[in-house]
Design a protein around this ligand. Structure first.
Ligand code: HEC
Length: 105
């Protein structure tokens, strides 16, 4: 039924937590993947690889960009939309990926 579908979508988007094992997180991961790559290996020359970096480091970078304390304009905007839980989960997920060599020629 169309309405049921719409309702469950709205619920997924409104979920403040981002558990990497749940589908709600896929939206976030897809966002990050635009620049940082689906497996954490960056697709842009100026975006760092996230795969295999320490979780605490990744989370700290995200919190610092969210608060505007440091970092790039782009990441500041993106980090502002993340909750603490999402930062922790996305950092844990990226940390769990296998470290990738930089995409070379
Ligand atoms: C529009 C492109 C773009 C998107 C989308 C994006 N990032 Fe970034 N990200 C960057 C760039 C560019 C940098 C480098 C910032 C700098 O040079 O200070 C960065 C830096 C980072 C860093 C710091 C890494 C380091 O080694 O210093 C983390 C962590 C990070 N991004 C996480 C994420 C997460 C998690 C998402 C998804 C919620 C995401 N990014 C989405 C472009 C993007």
């Amino acid at each position: 039924m169309a309405m049921a579908g719409a309702a469950s979508k709205a619920k997924a988007n409104g979920n403040a937590t981002c558990d990497v094992r749940r589908a709600t997180c896929d939206v976030r991961r897809a966002t990050c993947a635009v620049c940082h790559g689906a497996q954490g290996a960056a697709t842009l020359p100026n975006a760092p690889n996230l795969a295999g970096q320490p979780q605490t480091y990744l989370a700290e970078q995200l919190k610092n960009s969210r608060s505007g304390r440091c970092m790039h304009k782009v990441m500041g905007v993106i980090a502002k939309s993340l909750s603490d839980q999402e930062i922790e989960d996305l950092s844990a997920w990226h940390a769990s990926l296998q470290r990738q060599p930089s995409p070379g020629p």
